[in-house]
Ligand binder design. Structure first.
Ligand code: ADP
Ligand code: MG
Length: 182
């Protein structure tokens, strides 16, 4: 099958952000943070469901996570780095402290998965997010809003990458994120 970058598969000019929380009230944190992210979007935001997921590579005894993915259209003049700064400011507003232990519990984690088709590799930002395509807690929600998307440097679509990942039997869908415009 030919794998041309058709309009439906290219990330275009959208930014995709993965949200995660396993501290405090994770569902509420993700709902509220999604609404904050909508404020950064020039066009109606597209949002996945909320998913309860098993902690991956986390300290023993870590609480389950709630994860989601949203697609926003960055405002004119927004760059990947300026958006990352805004994401980090939001993380702090939700009470996230500077990392002490690898993958410790956090009220809010915001990862920039894609910024259009940009490939970026600096000390502060790597795009596409290097672990996104191997994480079910990213691909499962992403598959709800962009199954045909192809990451820069990838051949397979999101749906195809997801089909190749090991299952997470404990993963379950919670509610949907209500966006202001949905
Ligand atoms: P993780 O999300 O893997 O649990 P952290 O959120 O603590 O880890 O990692 C934050 C660091 O990762 C920040 O210092 C940030 O500069 C860097 N980083 C690199 N690329 C990205 C990206 N695409 N999205 C978010 N943070 C990134
Ligand atoms: Mg992060």
């Amino acid at each position: 099958m030919s794998r041309l970058y058709g309009a439906s598969q290219d990330p275009g000019t959208y930014a995709f952000v993965a949200l995660g929380s396993n501290l405090g009230d994770p569902q509420r944190n993700i709902h509220m943070a999604a609404h904050d992210l909508e404020e950064l979007s020039e066009a109606p935001m597209r949002a996945s469901s909320l998913w309860e997921t098993t902690p991956v590579d986390c300290p023993p005894g870590s609480s389950v996570f709630v994860n989601a993915v949203v697609r926003i259209l960055p405002r004119p003049g927004e760059t990947s780095e300026s958006l990352l700064v805004k994401l980090q400011k939001l993380e702090r507003r939700y009470g996230r402290e500077t990392k002490r232990i690898l993958n410790e519990a956090r009220p809010l984690d915001l990862d920039l998965i894609l910024f259009g088709g940009e490939i970026h590799a600096t000390g502060i930002l790597t795009l596409p997010h290097p672990r996104a395509t191997s994480r079910r807690f990213v691909l499962e929600p992403l598959n709800e809003i962009a199954p045909d998307l192809v990451f820069p440097g990838e051949i397979r679509t999101v749906a195809e990458l997801l089909a190749g990942l090991p299952p997470d039997p404990a993963m379950r869908k919670l509610g949907r994120i209500q966006t202001r415009r949905s």
